[in-house]
Structures are given as structure tokens and as C-alpha cells.
Design a binder for this molecule. Structure first.
Ligand code: SAM
Length: 424
């Protein structure tokens, strides 16, 4: 007998025990993941097919462009009720197989019942194992998953070593972290021991949290000659969620230092200075015109005073200081949501968040908030909208012609992907 029945998307979940974890607030997280996976799987299959076609072109020109040639497999490593896996099976096209795993026997029994209840036995298999052990069993390149989803309680770092080894080349790793106090600067020492980076208390702490998690995933990947490319990074409610592609390539791992920075935060005026850990510049030679050379950049020394107010700095990081989203990919996900609003219970929020993400400056890490900035120079705070018009002549031109866009812009500012409504 069910304690309760939950409907979300196309799935219906029966819960017989309250020992199995279910959080309705995470509907947005699951909707977003479905939108991302729908776009990702289509691109993944197209890329692999094109590659296959290129390889076999000389041998056999008669290629069958059947999607079934490219299996897409998903591991939900910490599945609880199975709701997420069942939604993936029913709502994401082109999935060949999903493994829904959990360490708790109660959870696995619940998943099994829900698989049958939703009639997705042909796609989902259950597994009762420690997530790390299961992923290590799949680290051989022939055994890897196309997608691994990590949605743990709190910190995901203990799962990263096995996860980065078990995602296919060009596959997607989805990671949630809910230990926001640690990531957002309340416990910098704990943050260092868990994520290998020091968090700082700043107004842009949520973006900093995302960048700490991204550098942590990259550092795990680099140990195995692999590297990551962030596709989308979101801070919402009480958690952060990142979507990164994983690739193999030792030469690319050498470029990682140029994607990381230490963060100097002035204790007086909150000014933030980024100190890249490394650089990579063109170094063409006759034999190798595309050659790149690594170098160590210089920056503020730890004891150096702030050039604005002559105060000392707090030192945080390292953080991921390269882009945290892929603009083209985000646009495709946004279009998918806008074209299929009926598929998502949280379509409106998805639209707002993804629109804001798309408007972010991709190559400008972190940000300041207006009232603090104006306060420092003892000026009255300029309204956000006026600031944006001043800063962006193109937007200013559009807005002067179309007052409706002004309203759209300010509405979207409330959508808050990584708290960018505060301005930068
Ligand atoms: N992904 C789920 C969703 O969207 O509803 C929620 C997952 S819940 C936050 C975390 C789950 O991880 C719990 O069911 C717990 O039993 C399981 N878990 C904790 N440690 C684990 C481990 N080492 N291996 C596998 N599962 C684990």
C-alpha cells in the first residue's frame, strides 16, 4: 500500500516508506536536466554518426543512419525513488539504457516497483551498490556511460574520482552540490578539504561556488588525462548544478592551469583581483605552426595591498575562471524549452533562468553588486535598468524603441541564475 503517489512530468511514483528520499522542490533540477539531456543526446548521436561515417567512408559508402547504431546509456548513481531515471526514460528521446543505482535496499525496492508501475522495464535496470564501486566497474573505455548523473546529499566530491573515469569521451557529467554553506564561504577550511579550494564570503558567492565545483571536477579528470568543458552551470534554491562534457587528451590537461585562478578579495573595498595559475600562448615553429607554450603569469603577491584602498587581501580559490556555460548549447536548450513548454512543470522558470544565463558575459568571471559599489564611492545607487542602458549601447538602442523590452528585461532579472540580477 502506497504512503503517497507523486506525479511529475510523465512519471508517477509510489512511495511506500518515508525512508526513501524524495524532494518536490527538485522538480526544477529534474526539468532542467531533461531539457539539457534532450539537446545533448541529439547532438551526441549526430556527432558520433558523423565520425563513424567519416571513418568508414573509404571502406563502405553505404552507411545506415539509424540512431540505434549509437547507444546512449545513463547512470543515475544515487537514484532514491527512481523518479529522475523514470522521467529520463519517458521524456528524453533516444535513450538505450539507464541504470538506477542506490546504496539503500529500501530505495532499490522502491525503484523496482516504480519501474514496473511506469512500464519502463525495457529501458531501466536497477543496481544495489555503492555508487563509486559501480562506477569503477565501468571505467574501461568500452564499459563507460554516455551520461552520469550525481545527485547526492551535500558534497559530491567523494564520487568524482570514479565518475570522471566512467564517462565516455564527449559524454556528459551532471553534478549537484547542496552543501552551500561550505561552498559559499562559511567554512573555507572544510571547502579546501572537500573541494581543494578556499571559498570566500562575497556577494557573488554562488558563482564562486560553481567555479569551485568546476575546478574540483577538472582536477579529478586531469589525474586520468581527461578534461572537462562546462556546458551549463546553475545556482538555484539551496543547491548548485553543473553540466560538463568529459574528454580524454593529455595535451589539453596542460592547458588547465590557464583556466584556473586564485582570487584576491580586498578586505577594505571588496575589490576582486584574479590571479591566473598559468597561461598558454601561441608559440609557432616551422615544424609545428600550431604549437602552444605554457608560461607562469605574474600577479599580485599575497601580502600586496589593494591598489584602490591600500587594504590587505583575503586569498581564495583556485576557481575555474574560464567560461562556465557554452553559449550555443544554452541557446539550444532555451529554444527546446520555449518550443515544448507543456513538457515541463517549471517551464516559465526554465525560460527565465536560461534567458539570463544566455545574457551573461561568458568571459568575465564573478561580479559586484551595485549598491555596495556605489556605497564605496559615496554615491547614490543608480537604478539597475539605467546602469544596463548606460553599459550596453545596443540594448539602449533597442530599449529606446520598444518599452515592452524594458519590462521583459526587468522581469527576467528576477529569474536569477547565479544571482546576476545584482549586476556586475
Ligand atoms: N536523485 C534523486 C532524485 O532526483 O530524486 C535524489 C537522490 S538523494 C539526494 C541521495 C540518494 O543517494 C539517497 O537515496 C541515498 O540512499 C543514496 N546514497 C547515499 N550514498 C550512496 C552511495 N555511496 N552509493 C549509492 N547511493 C548512495
Amino acid at each position: 500500500k502506497s504512503l503517497k503517489t507523486i506525479k511529475e512530468g510523465q512519471a508517477e511514483i509510489c512511495l511506500k516508506t518515508d525512508k526513501v528520499f524524495y524532494n518536490p522542490v527538485q522538480e526544477f533540477n529534474r526539468d532542467l536536466s531533461i531539457a539539457v539531456l534532450s539537446v545533448f543526446t541529439e547532438e551526441f548521436i549526430a556527432e558520433k554518426l558523423a565520425l563513424k561515417q567519416k571513418k568508414t567512408q573509404n571502406v563502405n559508402s553505404n552507411i545506415n543512419n539509424d540512431n540505434n547504431q549509437i547507444p546512449v546509456t545513463i547512470l543515475e548513481a544515487l537514484s532514491a525513488t527512481g523518479l529522475r531515471s523514470i522521467r529520463y526514460a519517458k521524456e528524453v528521446p533516444n535513450i538505450s539504457k539507464i541504470i538506477a543505482n542506490d546504496l539503500s535496499k529500501d530505495a532499490v525496492n522502491t525503484i523496482q516497483e516504480n519501474i514496473i508501475h511506469n512500464n519502463v522495464q525495457n529501458i531501466i535496470e536497477t543496481s544495489h551498490d555503492d555508487a563509486c564501486m559501480l562506477m569503477y566497474k565501468h571505467k574501461h573505455p568500452m564499459e563507460r556511460f554516455t551520461v552520469i548523473d550525481l545527485d547526492p546529499y551535500g558534497c559530491p566530491s567523494i564520487f568524482l574520482d570514479s565518475a570522471v573515469q566512467s564517462v565516455q569521451d564527449g559524454g556528459l557529467l551532471l553534478v549537484t552540490a547542496t552543501d552551500m554553506a561550505v561552498l559559499a564561504g562559511n567554512s573555507p577550511e572544510t571547502c579546501y578539504s572537500k573541494y581543494g579550494a578556499i571559498s570566500l564570503k562575497t556577494k557573488c558567492c554562488h558563482e564562486m561556488a560553481l567555479r569551485i565545483l568546476l575546478q574540483c571536477i577538472e582536477s579529478h579528470a586531469n589525474r586520468y588525462g581527461r578534461y572537462t568543458v562546462p556546458m551549463l552551470s546553475i545556482s538555484a534554491d539551496f543547491y548548485i548544478r553543473v553540466f560538463v562534457k568529459v574528454y580524454s587528451g593529455a595535451i589539453h590537461c596542460k592547458k588547465t592551469t590557464s583556466k584556473l585562478s586564485m582570487v584576491y578579495q580586498c578586505v577594505g573595498c571588496d575589490n576582486i583581483t584574479l590571479q591566473p595559475l598559468g597561461g598558454f600562448k601561441d608559440n609557432p615553429t616551422e615544424r609545428n605552426p600550431g604549437q602552444m607554450k605554457a608560461y607562469l603569469p605574474t600577479g599580485p603577491a599575497v601580502g600586496e595591498r589593494c591598489t584602490n584602498c591600500n587594504q590587505k587581501h583575503h586569498l581564495g580559490g583556485p576557481i575555474w575562471s574560464a567560461p562556465i556555460h557554452d553559449e550555443v548549447f544554452v541557446s539550444k536548450v532555451l529554444t527546446h524549452v520555449q518550443e515544448h513548454p507543456d513538457l515541463f512543470g517549471t517551464a516559465k522558470r526554465l525560460d527565465g533562468v536560461l534567458s539570463m544565463v544566455r545574457e551573461e558575459l561568458m568571459d568575465a568571471p564573478l561580479y559586484y553588486i551595485l549598491d555596495k559599489m556605489f556605497g564605496r564611492v559615496h554615491c547614490e545607487t543608480m537604478p539597475m535598468l539605467v546602469m544596463r542602458l548606460e553599459a550596453d549601447p545596443v540594448a539602449s538602442h533597442i530599449l529606446s524603441q520598444d518599452t515592452k523590452t524594458v519590462i521583459d528585461l526587468s522581469e527576467r532579472a528576477d529569474a536569477n541564475p547565479v544571482s546576476r540580477r545584482d549586476g556586475r
